[in-house]
Unconditional design. Sequence first.
Length: 401
Amino acid sequence: GEHGPRGHVPTFGSLQAASCSHLAGVSGHEVPGAGPHLSPPAPRCVPPPGPLSLCSLLCPAPAPRTPLPPTQTPGEEENGSTGFHEAVSAHLGWFEGSQIVIISNTLWVGERVPCLTYGMRGMISASIEVHGPARDLHSGNEGGVFSEPLADLTKVLASLVDARANILVPGFYDAVRPGMLDAAMRRLPASHEFSLEGYRAQIGVRRLTAGRSEWDLLAARWCLPSLSVVDVRVGSGDDPARSAHYRFGPTRFSVIPRAAVGQVAIRFVPAQRPESLVEHLRAHVAHEFAKLRTGNEIAVKVHSIGDWWEADEASPYTKLAERVVQEEWSTTPLLVREGGTMPVARKLEKMLGAPVLMLPMGQSSDNCHLANERIQRVNLLRGKNVVKRLLMEAPRAKAAQ
């Protein structure tokens, strides 16, 4: 899984007539002290996990004749949602007749105007590993007489992107669908919710490498592939003694590791195929490594792949969500994309045969997945109201299709 503000909660509604006959939620976390029909506590900001962590927040007072029994199942999103697909597949009967899947796992683009997310990038988690001598060696005794794995890895990693964050792997920008930003830019510029300088200040960098305009920057964040080196360690991923290098105390900085691994996060977009990107990556790594003329060995390992997702803007459910959010917040919502990934979105659409709605509740400053992650109480409560109305009104939207 991945990677979004909080909760990571797909909410499945099996909707019949104008009532909710079943509701189940999948969450990565739990909120202590929230019972089946309790309103959230009073404070200003709710700490993580956030808006949809408990399905019981959706309908705190169900009508007597339209029972909505809440169910919560830990989805372990932060640990990769291992077994999620298998678990849902084994219990498809629970969700028979589902018409809509609501996921709150994205953010507003700004601070004031609510949003609906209509697209997310996919993600490939991979590692590049270089193996050298049979054991760790001392830099004083053996340094300078052989090619060191960590030095080789550093050179290969440096060949992946340039100083402007452009991906240097041939073929990595192939099959990018044009026009993905059009829907967002129909409303976003007039809202004044996003600016280059405001974004730069918010993420705390001195200079942005992408974008001479808001359009260019958002295209780079939402509509183009990216490749990030997110970790470098000594030892290999399958080495049981991987942490041994760190157990030498102060002398560890004198030890040449026998292996080194760099973790790479790749984001890809419609209509790219992850298999093609992995092939391009492997070919590039092999080419750059051969240029080093080293005696070491290199390997690219793929650990997980999560597909991209897109909503149907013309869907009656999308139109319903726009109307409900507008009525709840008294303003027209912005349509936005997201650079992150929610692999369960495409999986749930395929397994349940029901479209996904991405309903962001948090503001862009909510520090998703970071220290001091939070959400305003008003966002949580209004988000609850939106979800409740979506579940109740979805059957009519389907009937009008």
